[in-house]
Design a binder for this molecule. Structure first.
Ligand SMILES: Cc1cc2nc3c(=O)[nH]c(=O)nc-3n(C[C@H](O)[C@H](O)[C@H](O)COP(=O)(O)OP(=O)(O)OC[C@H]3O[C@@H](n4cnc5c(N)ncnc54)[C@H](O)[C@@H]3O)c2cc1C
Length: 387
């Protein structure tokens, strides 16, 4: 296991911890382009594509526009549902193994909406979820309020996705690292991969800052840097980082029962370890370490619009976490074997669902590495589908 950092932070730590079979609709969907353009003129909006002459961004954007179709939504629904359900099952199995205690809770998630237009869309989606066999139920404001006694809901209604779950990522990741170390996996940390040497369409060596490594099979799982890694082996996959922010509210005076998503504001709220984590925004732009306080303000301002008795102060910049969601142009992850390089397996591009989809992606990659039948059909996840 080679990583360029010391593994104490990455996109997999500060995320909202939601396990989401409910997310069977990819980001690239009809209506997203028009909505995205409107949001681009609002500095506090939850979605933003940074205008730039960066060729990777332009090429990614064109592919995104081409993918935002009803056909993409239809084709992706079953593979996204299945990989999510497989992952949830694996989390359930993992949570009872010795060495794991990552606060897995199966209360589902709530989608809250305020406007008629979004109510219509969300209820339609809930019916679609039901037709896919997922446990989802539209609720009136009163029914939702009964499930959330401490919070005053200012909403038109809700959908309760009981099929979803949540966990505490900051506990999960160190436990996974320990588990692997105990199983004999060697970690090379603070050691970026810098060059890949190939011969006859096979990776011969991975050259890092501190050494070089040979392997029968190489798995690339580099998050938002995945396309840079594959490029070293001559494989082009389109991917852009989607920056998001989160912050914790310790000792909240109003306890939240069920993780929630504010649909219009695209803000997520998750109870975690006695605290509450707030998160959101999606800034599509090359990796950068700037914290845009206007977008954080957008998250803070959305909260009392849905939870009217919750007042949140703007957090100090030093307490704001950010991470880069690895986004594919069609909103479907890359999990599979490279057709171009024989011994290369690729796992990434999980965008808003990487915490959810980690276990299933790992299992599928392990099955491919061992030459076994995969647990599900992975055609939709072909990493070279844009080549
Ligand atoms: C605000 C926010 C909220 C989110 N909420 C949720 C949620 O509720 N549920 C959910 O399922 N998902 C959520 N996500 C998405 C999820 O966090 C990501 O999809 C997931 O963490 C991506 O995991 P990854 O392993 O692909 O990338 P990362 O966790 O970023 O890991 C990639 C690793 O690759 C390493 N690397 C890169 N380049 C090199 C190199 N050259 N050499 C060596 N190492 C390298 C990096 O150092 C890093 O450790 C959220 C994301 C954000 C930003």
């Amino acid at each position: 296991m080679i990583d360029k950092t010391d593994l104490s932070d990455s996109c997999s730590y500060g995320n909202m911890g939601m396990i989401v079979p409910s997310h069977f609709v990819p980001l690239a969907m009809p209506g997203m382009i028009a909505q995205g353009i409107k949001w681009m003129f609002n500095s506090r909006s939850p979605f933003y594509v940074k205008p730039s002459l960066n060729m990777d961004l332009i090429s990614w954007g064109l592919k995104f526009v081409k993918s935002a179709t009803e056909k993409n939504v239809e084709q992706s629904a079953i593979p996204l549902r299945d990989i999510n359900l497989l992952s949830k099952l694996l989390y359930e199995e993992m949570s009872i193994k010795p060495g794991f205690d990552f606060a897995l809770e199966k209360k589902g998630i709530m989608m809250y909406f305020k406007t008629e237009k979004v109510a219509e869309e969300e209820i339609h989606l809930a019916h679609k979820a039901q037709s896919l066999g997922l446990d989802a139920e539209p609720l009136t404001k009163q029914q939702a309020q009964e499930l959330e006694p401490a919070i005053e809901l200012d909403i038109a209604g809700a959908v309760h996705y009981r099929c979803d779950a949540h966990l505490y990522p900051n506990k999960l990741i160190p436990q996974l690292i320990n588990h692997l170390k105990n199983a004999g996996v060697k970690f090379e940390i603070n050691d970026p991969a810098e060059k890949i040497i190939t011969e006859n369409n096979t990776i011969k060596k991975v050259v890092t800052k501190n050494g070089s490594y040979e392997a029968d099979t190489v798995v690339m799982a580099g998050g938002s840097w995945l396309s840079q890694l594959t490029k070293m082996a001559g494989v082009t996959i389109p991917l852009m980082p989607g920056k998001g922010y989160s912050f914790m509210q310790s000792n909240p005076d109003k306890q939240l029962n069920i993780p929630s998503i504010f649909c219009e504001a695209r803000v997520a709220v998750t109870p975690m370890n006695g605290s509450i984590r707030y998160g959101g925004t999606m800034e599509i732009a090359p990796v950068n370490n700037k914290i845009n306080m206007k977008r954080v303000e957008g998250i803070v301002n959305a909260v009392p619009k849905y939870f009217s008795n919750v007042k949140l102060d703007l957090p100090d910049e030093k307490n704001i976490w950010y991470g880069f969601r690895p986004c594919t142009p069609d909103g479907v992850p890359y999990v599979g074997r490279s057709k171009k390089i024989n011994n290369l397996l690729i796992a990434g591009g999980h965008a808003m669902s990487g915490l959810s989809l980690g276990p299933a992606s790992g299992k599928l990659i392990a099955e491919l590495a061992n030459g076994e039948q995969t647990s599900m059909d992975i055609k939709a996840f072909d990493p070279e589908r844009f080549s």
